[in-house]
Design a protein around this ligand. Sequence first.
Ligand SMILES: Nc1ncnc2c1ncn2[C@@H]1O[C@H](COP(=O)(O)OP(=O)(O)OP(=O)(O)O)[C@@H](O)[C@H]1O
Ligand SMILES: [Mg+2]
Length: 202
Amino acid sequence: MPSMQASRQELRTEQDVVRARQVVRKLAQEQGFSLVEQTKLVTASSELARNTLIHGGGGYMDMEVLSEADGRNGIRLRFVDQGPGIADMRLAMTDGWSSGTGLGLGLTGSLREALAVETPVIGTDIEGHPELILEGETGLLVPPRNPDALAQAILRMLENPTRAKAMARAGRKRVEAHFSMAQKVQRTEALYRRLLDARGRR
Ligand SMILES: Nc1ncnc2c1ncn2[C@@H]1O[C@H](COP(=O)(O)OP(=O)(O)OP(=O)(O)O)[C@@H](O)[C@H]1O
Ligand SMILES: [Mg+2]
């Protein structure tokens, strides 16, 4: 498998991680990857670049375009750092925490909890999601059953972390103002009081 081109990208700062996502996206585009394939590669490289920076103390990413004899092209990404390394690979590959049962929150509940801790969210434009996600303000909404639209939204988030953070912050404010437990209890209490008052007047 002869390699056609190779290049190196330093990973020393948060800004480098953002740049790495951009160059991986560009290369995947140039190689004719579909939108969904681009997103998979950008998401994976984003995670590995962050690991290189956070756990490895910085390093670099090597990118290589590979071409098969049958004309298909691929991309090989290698992340290198001189940090402590991963002592127990199996442990590192294990999910950090999983309830296994989803805690009964449902998808809308998960989006709400994610926003409550200022994590940028993308949701499909169904059920309660639009109440929580104001498009472009507290997150991104995409039509259901549209992998390309979802891929596009993920890329938009990854490519503009400043905007993603701002939306997540606005989302947290929205959750606190309208969907917190305190708000829920207050509103339920107010409803009971109204009903009881109305009954008392009768
Ligand atoms: N480049 C690296 N050098 C040293 N340790 C690493 C490296 N990459 C991963 N690890 C170890 O593997 C663990 C799992 O990595 P993983 O990316 O799955 O989770 P995380 O970085 O801890 O959290 P998250 O990526 O969800 O923010 C890390 O917590 C770290 O201990
Ligand atoms: Mg990580």
